[in-house]
Design a protein around this ligand. Structure first.
Ligand code: ASP
Ligand code: MG
Length: 507
């Protein structure tokens, strides 16, 4: 009897789960997906495509609004700028409202009242900034208005189309540390809020509520609004995916970032116009490519979902029905492929040479302490095992400061020689880089064009090779890599196309 009851209750639980649980999709729409009536319409079409999923929509501010807010906050003492910017803010939002809603409908009025109310709160904040100065807290608070306006308008738009939708400002959900302008989430607290606020809606079989959440913003423990870094709405989407995964019954979760391109390209089309799309890659590969690529995705977005293996798709907003031309980042990858070649062109390599570096503990620490004190970010680092010299890369616009800071530090004086040179970095990413034969091809290709590599590194993660070359060599290097390594790239096209691609680029 006991077993029978236990079985029955298990069966009931199973049935409830199967019946209730629906896959969840978290979609992020950036400012370029909210530009006019047809863009809002396209969001409706996309919602229809995902009719079988529970939907969370994360929204960025309208195009250009975050920059405008920042500019205003920095110019509160200039009444002309303040007035002009407030007028632009008002016009941009009211114009959209007038385009997308039927005049005098309830959502139209609600959206208008919302914008009025928020803009007056914003004005009060500008007055505070004028009085107290632009503290980091104020900056984040001001920037949060972009998403608070856009997301509410989208939410009312969905309601006006007879969809069930709620608006939730992310500072009710995402709890962060105190690092204003670049905050990190505390998952423990965020999970709890997600569980309380979102899960009941997501697991309600009776209702198909579309949950509209502001991107980019969170709050710290004492309730101050924080922001997750510029372009942070993608991060909001993956943070929410993380917390939903950890709290929902069903782990069938996917993130879609709607972009104005198909996804990540194997090579920047600026160099190779016929470059192909990377259709699938894993988190590690994506982190390398995302970091150097056309800033389509920030690596921290991937960190939020990598361990949980939540897949993320980058899709073209103008082509929502596309079946294959998009990028999927997941735990799966073909290890026999080079995924992409990316470049950093505004790099400067700083080299410190000295016999005094040999076998002295803490020299590297000293170098990087100077950089960190001056808030200069260091990317590639190369040191020969002989320790005679150390080279590292900084961004061009920080390089002068970096060299001066080293000289002024008092440590790197007479016994050290400090050199700097403008360079570019070429990164070749993919598991295939592991193979000696790939490296042979790379260096044979460089040899053909007489291109000299000034420094190089390969991470222990083994899937990225970074080559430092002269800036004038970049175009040639990429062209020859593309031609000579063509066969190693991911081309899920059929073989004919693949041949075509190789041929067209060797011409
Ligand atoms: N609106 C913010 C920005 O422009 C966040 C985002 O767009 O993702 O940085
Ligand atoms: Mg933006």
């Amino acid at each position: 009897m006991y077993f029978y009851l236990k079985k029955l209750s298990l069966l009931k639980k199973f049935c409830i789960q199967v019946y209730f649980l629906t896959p969840i999709v978290i979609m992020k729409f950036g400012g370029s997906c909210l530009i006019d009536k047809s863009a809002f319409n396209r969001i409706l079409e996309i919602i229809k495509i995902y009719k079988n999923e529970k939907k969370i929509i994360v929204t960025s501010a309208f195009n250009g609004i975050t920059d405008l807010l920042l500019n205003t906050a920095r110019n509160v003492n200039n009444p002309n700028v303040l007035d002009d910017n407030m007028a632009v803010l008002e016009n941009k939002h009211f114009n959209t409202i007038e385009q997308i809603f039927d005049e005098d409908s309830e959502p139209f009025l609600k959206a208008k009242i919302w914008v009025d109310k928020k803009l007056s709160e914003l004005e009060d904040t500008f007055a505070d900034i004028k009085e107290f100065g632009l503290e980091p807290y104020y900056q984040d608070y001001v920037l949060s208005f972009g998403e608070i306006l856009s997301t509410y308008i989208l939410n009312q738009y969905l309601i006006s189309k007879e969809l069930d939708s709620v608006y939730i400002p992310a500072n009710k959900l995402i709890i962060t540390n105190d690092e204003f302008n670049n905050a990190y989430p505390f998952y423990e607290f965020t999970n709890q809020r997600v569980q309380e606020l979102l899960i009941p809606m997501l697991e309600n079989p009776q209702k198909d509520t579309i949950i509209c959440i502001t991107g980019f913003i969170g709050r710290n423990k004492i309730g101050y609004t924080t922001t997750l870094g510029r372009g942070g709405s993608d991060y909001s989407a993956t943070i929410l995916a993380h917390s939903i995964y950890e709290t929902a019954e069903d782990k069938n979760i996917k993130v879609i970032l709607w972009k104005d391109v198909d996804g990540l390209m194997a090579i920047n089309p600026k160099y190779i116009p016929k470059s192909t799309l990377i259709r699938s890659l894993d988190y590690k590969e994506a982190k390398h490519i995302a970091n150097f690529g056309a800033k389509i995705l920030h690596p921290k977005c991937l960190e939020a979902i990598e361990k949980l293996k939540i897949p993320i798709e980058l899709r073209n907003f103008s082509n929502p029905l596309e079946k294959i031309e998009f990028t999927e980042i997941s735990e799966h990858t073909d290890k026999n492929e080079i995924k992409g070649i990316s470049t950093v062109e505004d790099a400067v390599i700083i080299t410190i040479v000295s016999g005094s570096l040999v076998d002295v503990p803490g020299v590297l620490a000293k170098i990087f302490k100077v950089m960190s004190k001056n808030k200069i970010s260091v990317s590639l680092v190369a040191q020969s095992a002989s320790e005679i010299s150390t080279s590292f890369i900084v961004k061009e616009d920080e390089s002068k400061r970096a060299v001066e800071a080293l000289y002024n530090s008092g440590y790197f004086s007479d016994f050290f020689e400090i050199k700097s040179e403008q360079v570019a970095i070429i990164n070749i990413t993919g598991f295939k880089i592991l193979e000696n034969s790939t490296k042979v091809k790379i260096f044979q290709a460089l040899e053909k064009k007489d291109i000299h590599v000034k420094a190089l590194t390969q991470s222990t993660e083994e899937l990225n090779l970074s080559l430092v070359v002269s800036r004038r060599d970049v175009i040639n290097a990429i062209a020859i890599f593309h031609d000579d390594l063509c066969e190693d790239f991911e081309h899920k096209l059929n073989n004919n196309n693949k041949m075509e691609l190789c041929r067209s680029n060797t011409n």
